[in-house]
Design a protein around this ligand. Structure first.
Ligand code: PMP
Length: 285
């Protein structure tokens, strides 16, 4: 069965979902995107994802040629058209087709694309036993150069770090900022647990403010677990009691080894397990 894709204002079969070779999204990575998930027919935090898409677009001076309500409807319609109640949605807005120069003013027709598919998850074993990750030599792009808070189509920085992780036999890699502080992983945010307290780098550390991250911070608060945004070094991670990652696709996933250092007991800890279970309950509620 061919997938059905939403392009601009209508649903079309995937073969007809095409963008121009002159689209600056392709030529320069000039565009923004979101990754969302639906659970039992309901998109988790749809409004938050759409708000972040709008914020990313504003930051790159890209006017999305429709309303937030229309985009929300397009997401739900695309899931329905593909008979997906548990699925992954990719929302993309490109700058549109233009001349072979950087000038965004010489583009027209920004493209709004909504793709819905089944979600490919990490193997269950990783959730039970925890991930092994390494620190990438590739630093997170500095906020003053390109804010990591913009979820742009320019993901090469993360891809370079992901390659390093894969070369080391790991599915994720830890990224540091230009000051050598812990920022995040290539597609996930990072948390540690120290003396029962949850710690995670602040937005100023050069991270994407993850929607899963925010949900986990709320869950921690509700569970009476103190949570602080604070700059972290690799020393903090190596000596933590627990470590885990959060992301739309990964949800909450334990990390038990970083750069060959065993974290805590080397098995997923109680705070991680609690928040992982609470998150499952939240998204399936
Ligand atoms: N950091 C980066 C670099 C990401 O691309 C993502 C999304 N895959 C995240 C963190 C997690 O964000 P969210 O919880 O909103 O999916």
């Amino acid at each position: 069965m061919p997938r059905i894709v939403f392009m601009n204002d209508r649903l079309v079969p995937e073969d007809e979902a095409r963008v121009s070779v002159f689209d600056h999204g392709l030529l320069y990575g000039d565009g923004v995107f979101e990754g969302l998930r639906s659970y039992s027919g309901r998109v988790f935090r749809l409004d938050a994802h759409i708000d972040r898409l709008w914020a990313s677009a504003l930051a790159i001076s890209l006017a999305i040629p429709t309303t937030k309500e229309a985009v929300a409807k397009a997401v739900n319609d695309t899931l329905a058209a593909n008979n997906l109640s548990d699925g992954y949605v990719r929302l993309v807005v490109t700058r549109g087709a233009g001349s072979l120069g950087l000038d965004p003013n010489r583009t027209r027709n920004p493209q709004l694309i909504v793709i819905a598919d089944t979600i490919s998850l990490y193997p269950e074993e990783f959730y039970e036993k925890g991930l092994r990750i390494v620190t990438a030599a590739t630093q997170r792009v500095q906020s003053a150069a390109l804010s990591p808070r913009i979820k742009s189509l320019n993901y090469l920085n993360n891809i370079m770090a992901k390659l390093e992780g894969l070369q080391a036999g790991c599915v994720e890699a830890l990224m540091l900022n230009h000051k050598g502080e812990v920022a995040e992983c290539t597609g996930d945010n990072v948390f540690i647990v120290r003396s029962g307290r949850l710690l995670t780098p602040p937005p100023e550390a050069g991270i994407l403010e993850g929607i899963t991250r925010n949900a986990v911070m709320e869950l921690a608060h509700a569970a009476g677990i103190e949570c602080r945004e604070t700059p972290l070094t690799r020393y903090d991670v190596y000596t933590a009691d627990e470590c885990f990652l959060t992301g739309t696709a990964a949800e909450v996933i334990p990390v038990v080894d970083v750069d060959g250092r065993r974290i805590g007991t080397g098995t997923p800890g109680p705070v991680t397990s609690r928040l992982k279970a609470d998150f499952h309950r939240l998204v399936r509620a």
